[in-house]
Ligand binder design. Structure first.
Ligand code: APR
Length: 231
């Protein structure tokens, strides 16, 4: 039986109304990475960082999964082998669409992490620099998301999945952030067939066997139908 490993990025949630990072007018055109997505930025101005993630949490809560998320949940339910989603996204749209095997390598907006003692708990809708950790009581709550300079989550498990992949797909990711950008190489070394589904060509398109251009809500359902037909 085959194993399909799917890496998703901000592009899969774009048609749910959540902004991407590097497209024109994307989040990194509006905010400086070093201010809102680094441990140093949080140490300098925790109120700004909480404001940024509170806004993203509120926006994600009002968004709904789109046809691409739905199609990946159908793939997991209907494929006779294994389907694993590794997402760089901090929204919970894969889970809300019904996908069960989802690894959030960059954390989630739903999680809070104590910068002091490392305790984790479900994030309240709004956090401030005064939000206390329920375990150690220190006012050190931060979003449980992985910032630049920090180590992504689940890397050992992801490496295991990639080494056993028969099929790998990257969906809606620009391929500019490592280590996720190196997953296609790992999957290729394992002998996996590699597809890229994105709005347009990316810096990594040449590494894939196939590049499928277009909005995810169109390309992903068609790609899933093809895989289920072939299974
Ligand atoms: N359908 C498919 N792809 C799309 C769509 C769409 N409707 N809209 C945009 N895209 C594509 C863009 O063309 C681009 O290639 O999605 C990609 C989004 O790229 P980025 O904005 O760089 O997002 P991502 O690759 O997820 O970023 C990786 O960077 O800052 C960090 O931690 C953040 O997880 C994020 C990581």
């Amino acid at each position: 039986m085959g194993k399909i490993v799917i890496l998703t990025g901000a592009g899969i949630s774009a048609e749910s109304g959540l902004g991407t990072f590097r497209d024109e007018g994307g989040l990194w055109a509006q905010h400086r990475i070093e201010d809102v997505a680094t441990p140093e930025g949080f140490a300098r101005d925790p109120a700004l960082v909480h404001w940024f993630y509170n806004a993203r949490r509120a926006q994600a809560a009002t968004a709904s999964p789109n046809a691409a998320h739905d199609a990946l949940a159908r793939l997991e339910a209907g494929y006779p082998g294994e389907v694993v989603i590794v997402t760089q996204n901090v929204d919970d749209l894969h889970r809300r669409a019904g996908s069960r095997r989802v690894l959030h390598m960059h954390g989630t907006l739903d999680g809070a992490l104590c910068a002091g003692c490392g305790h984790r708990w479900p994030a309240p809708s709004e956090m401030t620099p005064d939000t206390p950790c329920p375990a150690c009581k220190a006012p050190a709550a931060r979003p449980d998301v992985v910032w630049f300079g920090e180590f992504p989550y689940h890397m050992d498990e992801i490496a295991d999945h990639l080494s056993g992949a028969t099929h790998f797909a990257a969906i809606g990711t620009s391929g500019q952030v490592y280590p996720a950008a190196s997953f296609v190489e790992e999957a290729r070394m394992a002998g996996a067939e590699c597809d890229e589904l994105s709005l347009e060509q990316t810096a990594l398109s040449h590494v894939f066997d196939r590049q499928i251009s277009g909005p995810a809500t169109r390309s992903v359902p068609a790609w899933v139908a093809e895989l289920l037909d072939r299974a």
